[in-house]
Every structure is written in structure tokens, then in C-alpha cells.
Design a protein around this ligand. Structure first.
Ligand code: GSH
Length: 220
């Protein structure tokens, strides 16, 4: 069975969504980023980049185990393995790649940096904060324009481009993005979020978060 090393993160959730959509069984293997498990030697032997998600397919293209990192590469791999969620050729196929590359070079980095400088940086750096907030707003305006004339991000069909975009849109609060400013993205997001496969995948990755510790009992 396919193993997916993941945590409850924007890049991780894409892989379970694709597997749920394709009806492929998988083990979800937690890598607790809060404890730094992604940097442990055992994990870095599988992914020297020390990041999730990571997919281990016992039945890879050469008939032996295949280990693959990079969530966008994993989406393309799964789509090609199953022959679904990615048009076989022509303009529609290129539109899917256009949207995936737009996400991984534009939206993902902008959201990640905007969130970091707002919520995690040890000091406030106004120039960095303004730059990445403005870039996040700009790429969202571009995506909203794309979705003004398309049902899904790459055309009329649901594809891996939608799954690629969905992860960070699901975790958009990190970058303080409010969808009321982007009505076409909101319409698309609600459509994708209602898919049973997406709901199942979110339930499974959210369950990877450690349960909150109970309050210590008060001794009277
Ligand atoms: N380009 C990579 C990015 C992976 C990535 O940044 N993963 C984050 C979680 S969403 C991570 O593992 N962060 C922990 C770290 O950087 O140490 C992908 O799309 O798979």
C-alpha cells in the first residue's frame, strides 16, 4: 500500500486529497513538524530536503519501490499512474501545468512568507511584511480573474490544478487572506471543499495533530 508521510499542512493535504479522489488506499504516516521530526535522520534518508509530504509507492513505474517528494510532482505522478485528474494531451493539459506552476512559484511562496512575517518571525520587519502581504493579494487577484471565466482553475474540469491550489487556500488564515475580497475564488473554494474526497482527506490530516492536553487537575 502507498505510504504518505505528512502533517496537517497546506502542502501535505494535497496528496491525501488526490488519493481519496482516485480511490487509492494509503497509510498516512505522521511527521510531527512541531517536534522537528522532518529533520530527523531516519526521515531525511527518505527525503534529504527534510519536508513533507513524501510518497512511498511499493509499486512504482519500474515495478519496484518509488519514493517521491514535492507535492506538485506527487500530484502529477498520481494523475499519470491512474490516468485521471489530468487531461491526456492538448491545451487542457498545459492549462493544468500553468496553474500548478503558478501556484508553486507564486501563491504558495507568497502565503508562506506573508504568514511567516506576520505570525512567526522573531522580529517585526515592516518592509518584508508589506512586500509579502501585497504579493499575496496580487496573486489572489490574478486567481480570482482566472476563476471569473472558468468553473475550475484550469478549465471546466476538476483536475490536479485544483488540488494544488486548494491546500494553501484551505490554510489561508496563516497569510490573513479573506475570501470575501475574492468572490470567484470563494465560489470555487466552496465547490471543492464540498467534495466528499476532500472532506475525507481533511479529516485524516487534521487527525494527525496531537490532541490538546487536558488542563491539569486543580488540587484543592
Ligand atoms: N515544495 C514543497 C514544500 C514542502 C514544505 O514546505 N513542507 C512544509 C509543510 S507544508 C514543511 O515540511 N515544513 C517543515 C520545514 O520546512 O522544516 C512541496 O510542495 O512539497
Amino acid at each position: 500500500m502507498i505510504d504518505v508521510y505528512a502533517f496537517s499542512t497546506p502542502n501535505s493535504v494535497r496528496v491525501p486529497i488526490a488519493l481519496e479522489e482516485l480511490g487509492l488506499e494509503y497509510n498516512l504516516k505522521p511527521v510531527n513538524l512541531r517536534k522537528g521530526e522532518q529533520k530527523e535522520l531516519a526521515f531525511r534518508k527518505l527525503n534529504p530536503n527534510g519536508k513533507v509530504p513524501l510518497l512511498v509507492d511499493p509499486d512504482g513505474p519500474s515495478g519496484r519501490q518509488f519514493v517521491l517528494s514535492e507535492s506538485a510532482a506527487i500530484l502529477i505522478y498520481l494523475a499519470e499512474k491512474s490516468g485521471r485528474l489530468l487531461p491526456y494531451n492538448g491545451e487542457e493539459r498545459m492549462r493544468v501545468f500553468e496553474q500548478i506552476f503558478f501556484h508553486v512559484t507564486g501563491i504558495g511562496p507568497a502565503f508562506g512568507q506573508a504568514g511567516y512575517f506576520q505570525k512567526q518571525a522573531p522580529e517585526q520587519i515592516p518592509l518584508a511584511l508589506e512586500r509579502f502581504k501585497a504579493e499575496s493579494a496580487r496573486v489572489m487577484t490574478v486567481l480570482d480573474g482566472v476563476l471569473a471565466s472558468r468553473k475550475y482553475t484550469a478549465g471546466n474540469e476538476y483536475t490536479i490544478a485544483d488540488i494544488a491550489h486548494f491546500g494553501w487556500l484551505w490554510r489561508r488564515e496563516f497569510a490573513s487572506i479573506d475570501l470575501t475580497n475574492y468572490p470567484n475564488v470563494k465560489r470555487w473554494f466552496d465547490l471543492v471543499a464540498a467534495r466528499p474526497a476532500v472532506i475525507r482527506a481533511i479529516e485524516r490530516v487534521t487527525a494527525l495533530l496531537p490532541a490538546p492536553q487536558p488542563e491539569p487537575a486543580v488540587q484543592l
